[in-house]
Design a protein around this ligand. Structure first.
Ligand code: AMP
Length: 294
């Protein structure tokens, strides 16, 4: 496995490989890797050669400075996991490699005066107005900004994303379509802990007790899924809110039942069976998201 910090050098290396017969697979991550990330590497490994993984904690997608500062960074362990999983190339750029000072300044100003449209090249429309888009203003602009830069450097044939970030997947697909990028987006299923908790780098910041408590998040989603045909959407939402309330340490940020394509809330499951239940909560200072497709 070979590690690059420079985009130009990585680009040259990949160009020189000229491995025209096989697909180049790409897995973007922010590091602090777990089995969820590794499942994406394995999916890429099964279809592609070489497999490139990026590790970059992208400052422009954070709208909460303390979340950025506390984001776990475990580069050595990440590289060991990647090598064991058969990853060929790691791209681990510094912030200054990915962004000019001007871009970072624009982001800072956007955070301060909430002018999120600044520097935006893609319009996600209503896709970015709900759920994560509504609760983390500017988040998807930052995601699209970094992923488009990574796509331009790596020029992958296939890029792998987890359904854990369901809305992010829709945003990436929309971006690729709007910018006409020649990359196939592949969705991979959510990998969970034994207690059902969706794996996340942010779980690192939970105590053992909190990890136990956090299993209520997926239990709630699965319960709602089970009841999907016997209850109205309004009742399902009320049930989810009640369930979460049983654990005082968990604060519900949102619970939505949405169309899997448009991500807009659905009114009636019998009229729209392409539904996904999405949840975001705070457990202590840690923000967690999860979802289940009906
Ligand atoms: P992150 O490092 O959190 O930006 O995640 C990098 C990629 O890994 C994204 O495409 C995520 O959706 C995916 N991912 C994160 N957690 C999981 C999980 N538990 N199962 C499957 N994919 C995941």
């Amino acid at each position: 496995m070979i590690i690059f910090n420079s985009g130009a050098q990585l680009k040259l290396y990949l160009k020189n490989l000229q491995n025209q017969q096989k697909s180049l697979g790409f897995v973007p991550t922010m590091g602090a890797l777990h089995r969820g990330h590794i499942s994406l590497i394995e999916a890429a490994r099964a279809q592609c050669e070489p497999v490139v993984c990026s590790i970059f904690v992208n400052p422009t997608q954070f709208n909460d400075l303390s979340d950025l500062q506390n984001y776990p960074r475990t580069f050595e362990a990440d590289c060991q996991m990647l090598e064991s999983a058969g990853c060929d190339v790691v791209f681990a750029p510094a912030v200054s490699e990915m962004y000019s000072a001007k871009e970072l300044e624009l982001k800072r100003l956007a955070v301060e005066d909430k002018s999120w449209a600044e520097g935006r090249t893609v319009d996600f429309g209503v896709l970015a107005e709900v759920m994560e888009g509504a609760h983390r203003p500017g988040h998807f602009n930052g995601v699209a900004q970094v992923v488009s830069k990574l796509f331009r450097i790596i020029e992958a044939d296939k890029a792998y994303f987890g359904q854990k970030d369901f809305q992010q997947l829709a945003i990436i697909r929309s971006m690729v379509k709007q910018l006409g990028m020649p990359v196939e987006i592949i969705a991979c299923p959510i990998v969970r802990e034994a207690n059902g908790l969706a794996m996340s780098s942010r779980n690192e910041r939970l105590t053992a007790e909190e990890r136990n408590i956090a299993s209520l998040i997926s239990k709630t989603l699965f319960k709602v899924k089970e009841l999907k045909t016997s209850q109205t959407i309004a009742d399902l939402k009320a049930i989810a809110a009640e369930e979460i309330k049983t654990e005082p340490k968990i604060q519900l940020e949102y619970f939505e039942i949405s169309d899997t394509e448009t991500l807009q809330p659905i009114a009636d499951y019998s009229q729209n069976k392409n539904a996904v239940a999405c949840i975001a909560v705070k457990l202590g200072s840690v923000r967690l998201i999860d979802n289940v497709v009906f």
